[in-house]
Design a protein around this ligand. Structure first.
Ligand code: SF4
Length: 243
């Protein structure tokens, strides 16, 4: 089994509930959504090479020819994880659930908990690998960043993900509407009310601008009407210029 992988490296988790935890990251190619603020080159086949951090913490990436086998990827992951204790293996993208068989193959070969970073829309794919996964970082995409809303897909997805450690992350921009944040909070409250909701101010890209501090607090107030745990957490790795 082989897949095109964009990069493999060790860094800290920069977002959400586990911000600051040390992880190995595997970024898989391809996505089923089209967010306006996307900064990942997702076109399948665009990465003839996987960029691999050779020495843990060095930030120096060297190219490996794609596609990589699960065995090759696992060997790189465990080499990085062997030098420093890591919290987990973050499988991200793109949308990693487009590669369920590869996720299963990796999970069987690495001795780290699997942390899935997903756009939260592919519930059937999640159900096929949920037994391998310890943590789910689920994005909930608001309609104004997509060509079509995905509310129903998110509700189905969260119903599967709630059987594991899951938190939900909503990226908010200056343009974000109150009613969309309210809809998101209601959706989470209806499906899995114990779930942490993270409001993440957008890192400006693709014409989006960050919300003002006052807007962030107002959006948190709206979400807190429906959920007990709503936190504002920005992308911290960008602040520190980490991978
Ligand atoms: S889900 Fe993530 S990878 Fe896919 S288009 Fe949106 S931001 Fe980009």
């Amino acid at each position: 089994m082989r897949e095109n992988i964009i990069e493999i490296f060790s860094s800290i988790q920069g977002e959400g509930k586990y911000v600051g935890c040390r992880q190995v990251f595997v970024r898989l190619e391809g996505c089923n959504l089209d967010c306006t603020y996307c900064d990942t080159e997702n076109e399948v086949g665009r990465h003839p090479h996987c960029m691999v951090e050779e020495r843990v913490g060095s930030h120096k990436l060297v190219p490996y020819e794609n596609p990589l086998s699960a065995e090759q990827a696992a060997e790189i992951i465990m080499r990085l994880a062997g030098k420093v204790p890591h919290h987990s293996l973050s499988i991200t993208g793109g949308e990693p659930l487009l590669h369920v068989s590869f996720i299963r193959a990796l999970a069987a070969r690495v001795s780290l908990p699997i942390f899935l970073e997903t756009n939260g829309t592919l519930d059937k794919a999640l159900a096929e690998c949920i037994d391998c996964i310890s943590h789910v970082s689920m994005d909930l995409k608001l309609p104004d960043v997509l060509s079509a809303p995905v509310w129903d897909a998110h509700a189905r997805f969260l119903a599967v993900a709630r059987t594991k450690d899951v938190y939900v992350k909503v990226v908010v921009a200056a343009e974000t509407h109150d009613e969309d944040v309210e809809h998101a909070a209601r959706l989470v409250a209806k499906t899995a009310p114990e779930t942490l909701l993270v409001l993440q101010p957008v890192t400006p890209y693709g014409g989006c601008s960050a919300p003002s501090p006052a807007r962030l607090l107002e959006l948190q107030r709206i979400a807190l009407r429906h959920l007990p745990d709503v936190r504002i957490i920005p992308q911290t790795h960008r602040m520190m210029d980490l991978l």
